[in-house]
Design a protein around this ligand. Structure first.
Ligand code: THU
Length: 137
């Protein structure tokens, strides 16, 4: 789908900015907000290790900090430095952040090696029986 390809290209572009001197693992993400705006992010590592943030959360926190709360999809492109050799599924913490803002049945996660080679899942498939805002309502 053309929309998927555009989001994947944005994730691949964002991967260029990955700051990953410790792992050498470069990740880019592109988050599509409900209003059509795309927020990109990359992983940003830290010498103290635990302050490291994933590409997906960088994109989410950029968007939420600019007033967005509704999202349709995220594309993720991650691999060791160099060519895209892997599908980089989001870590558990990033899945939990998605669950805070996204409808699990509708929000789409795309992991890509290229614009042509990618896989898609709903958030519900990646985080079944998750804990979320509904639990505290
Ligand atoms: N990383 C992400 O950016 N997203 C994920 O979902 C998993 C891992 C980053 C964090 C760290 O900089 C590097 O990949 C290796 O774990």
């Amino acid at each position: 789908m053309q929309k998927d390809r555009e989001l994947i290209q944005a994730a691949l572009d964002a991967r260029k900015y990955s700051y990953s001197p410790y792992s050498g693992y470069r990740v880019g993400a592109a988050l599509l907000a409900a209003d059509g705006t795309v927020y990109t992010g990359c992983n940003i590592e830290n010498a103290a290790f635990s302050p490291t943030i994933c590409a997906e959360r960088t994109a989410f926190f950029k968007a939420v900090s600019e007033g967005k709360r509704e999202f349709c999809a995220i594309a993720i492109a991650g691999s060791p430095d160099g060519e895209m050799t892997q599908f980089s599924w989001p870590c558990g913490v990033c899945r939990q952040v998605m669950a805070e803002f996204c409808d699990p049945k509708r929000f789409t996660v795309i992991v890509a090696k290229s614009e042509e080679v990618y896989e898609k899942r709903t958030l519900e498939e990646l985080l079944p029986k998750g804990f979320g805002p509904g639990n505290l309502a």
